[in-house]
Design a protein around this ligand. Sequence first.
Ligand code: SF4
Ligand code: SF4
Ligand code: FES
Length: 318
Amino acid sequence: MTTVAPGAPGAPVTLRRQVELTIDGQAVTVPEGSTILEACRSIGTEVPTLCYLETLTPVNVCRVCVVEVEGSRTLVPACSRPVSGGMEVRTDSERVRTSRRMVLELLASSVDLSTAGGDVDRWIETYGARPERHGPPALSTERDRARAGEHEPVAVGTAATVSQAVKRDNDQYVRDYSKCILCYKCVEACGEEAQDTFAIAVAGRGFDARISTEMDVPLPDSACVYCGNCIAVCPTGALMFVTEHDLRARGEWDEGRQQVTRTVCPYCGVGCNLELHVQDDRIVKVTSPLDHDVTRGNLCVKGRFGFEFAEALDGGSR
Ligand code: SF4
Ligand code: SF4
Ligand code: FES
């Protein structure tokens, strides 16, 4: 018997009951099973998110998306909590704003968010987060050597950070865990949500927790297959194409000068869609659209990194 994937042409249509709720006093109707975040987005109410991505199962670790729900003792994560009939949600109460401010402030005082994007800068300003009040950054530590249960206290008056040297051990991408907020997205994308490779996981405990290969081996010695699906989901730029990293280091990275062209990967018959980011006639990175039915933002090593032949076709003139 032929089976048709849900949502594909010819698949049976499943009718979903509609649920009514209010968000900041406004009546909203969404299909049963929707999350509070989806309900908020349906009426244009912005809820900040960091560890959430529509193609991954929510892991609820960053807590920047919390909202207040009438009758609930604690704030609830909008990205994962399903709506229910009659729910009264507040997205901008003092309690919500205080909680988001605290989350952003703690992250920004311990992590380099300089490449996390404009939304994060805007949220820091909107919620009045002041990371500088935790003091100047403490000296960077050898986080990969940290042993469970032996966390070293930082000097009084300085802020503990996740600062460490950039890991550059292959030609495709760098890992700068000074920028890592431990959102788990890369671990999910490398594991059961997409790639099933399990090359990376969270090591260590508490503040010493970090993303690591098995036994902290360099990527070429790990199970990594260089699909780059971890780069695609990273919200802070901790994982970055070598091309982008080097252009940024030289002060030449300029998204205003880049064109993004959507095309089909030429390497095989699957038909993955590629978004070629081109600056000064050079491909500087490759992404894939999240809304593509087949790949949902994921690629293999050929689609993600096999673009250098395009420059070779140019006769090596660049
Ligand atoms: S490139 Fe792919 S295989 Fe390697 S760590 Fe990232 S997700 Fe895992
Ligand atoms: S490297 Fe990026 S995707 Fe992975 S946990 Fe850190 S911030 Fe999240
Ligand atoms: S976005 Fe909801 S907990 Fe991180």
